[in-house]
Design a protein around this ligand. Structure first.
Ligand SMILES: Nc1nc2c(c(=O)[nH]1)N[C@H]1C(S)=C(S)[C@@H](COP(=O)(O)O)O[C@H]1N2
Ligand SMILES: [Mo]
Length: 339
């Protein structure tokens, strides 16, 4: 028997339609101060393009000069949504984790130093043929779409964001991995002259992350190139970052330059920092506490309240089958799958 199940997040459009999500091209340019008309109500600080000095512009200054700006907005894929308000863009663009630029949340100004062109992406390891491709060439050929995703940081705060990008499985198909590939390892940029945090030698730079091939080719795994209908600002991981919303936020690695297919479970940045607190799997589970705090609820940024955290961050329908045969995927939980 076939039953059409309503996705659990399905709600009236109006509930998930705050600023930004339905912007058309004219509005985008206005917001960035490029539309001829002054963007009414928007403080100059917030939108002014960085024509003179990088630090003089606001958190979206680099977006205004991004060479991919004309590609946006991407068409919304309505298969992905959520039952909560979209987090205000200003919060998502100014409250960040990006240790390459410092270990505090207020790194957006420091991150303006990230040089996002030229930007090439290497694809290698267990593939038919290794390749190097520029981000703009990749953007040309990938199936571009916008998706509304929740993002749950292991530190127990969360945001809800309209990401733009393409399915990771489209990139995997482009890479043509061999049958022997079991994992996809991802690597962030390395340039201590540009990123002051990378001079902190107690961190194992560069930032590296990884997924199993089944995870990487799951429909939900998404490569992000933009947010709120515009290119990503540097502080959010321009020009290319991962979004795996059923896992803790640290899996969603930013500013990626290399994708390596391998038959060994890849090392990850945070497990190298502290493998007893941050593991490879990092699936969200409210019932498995972090060694130092509860994961039962999360602070919804911009909403000023705590909400309950859900197993797989509410994406169980999409991803629970990936782990169904693994011991500890159901109670009693195997901590390693959820840390
Ligand atoms: N390269 C890199 N990627 C990273 C991080 C980082 O420090 N460096 N932090 C991670 C963490 S802990 C989180 S919660 C998210 C934050 O993404 P956002 O700043 O866009 O909200 O990025 C993840 N990706
Ligand atoms: Mo995080």
């Amino acid at each position: 028997m076939l039953i059409r199940q309503k996705p659990s997040w399905e709600i009236k459009e109006s509930e998930a339609t705050p600023e930004g999500v339905y912007r058309n091209r004219r509005q985008i340019l206005q917001d960035l101060g490029l539309g001829g008309l002054a963007a009414s109500g928007a403080p100059a600080f917030w939108f002014s393009p960085s024509s003179k000095s990088k630090s003089a512009g606001g958190p979206l200054a680099e977006v205004a000069t991004d060479p991919s700006l004309k590609l946006y907005p991407f068409p919304r894929n309505k298969a992905y949504g959520f039952k909560r308000p979209v987090t205000p863009e200003k919060i998502v663009a100014t409250y960040n984790n990006f240790y390459e630029f410092g270990s505090q949340k207020d790194i957006w100004q420091a991150a303006q130093a990230l040089k996002i062109r030229p930007w090439t992406i290497a694809i290698d390891g267990l593939v038919e043929k290794p390749q190097i491709i520029g981000i703009d060439d990749l953007l040309k050929i990938m199936p571009k779409e916008e998706r509304l995703y929740r993002h749950r940081c292991v530190e127990a705060w969360s945001i809800a964001v309209p990401w733009s990008g393409f399915a990771l499985k489209a990139l995997v198909a482009f890479a043509k991995p061999l049958a022997s590939a079991k994992f996809l390892a991802m690597r962030g940029f390395e340039d201590p002259a540009m990123a002051p945090g990378q001079n902190q030698s107690w961190y194992p730079w560069p930032y590296v992350e990884g997924l199993t091939m089944a995870e990487a080719t799951n429909d939900l795994a998404f490569m992000v190139t933009g947010m709120y209908g515009k290119p990503l600002p540097p502080q959010n991981g321009a020009p290319l970052r991962l979004a795996v919303p059923w896992k803790y936020g640290f899996k969603s690695a930013k500013s990626l330059v290399r994708f390596t297919f391998t038959d060994k479970m890849p090392e990850t940045f945070w497990s190298r920092v502290d493998g007893s607190e941050y593991g490879f799997w990092a699936n969200v589970n409210p019932e498995v506490p972090h060694p130092r705090w509860s994961q039962a609820s999360e602070r919804e940024l911009g909403a000023g309240k705590r909400i309950p955290t859900k197993l797989y961050n509410g994406y169980g329908a999409e991803v629970a089958s990936l782990y169904a045969n693994m011991p500890g995927a159901t109670p009693p939980y195997n901590r390693k799958l959820f840390m």
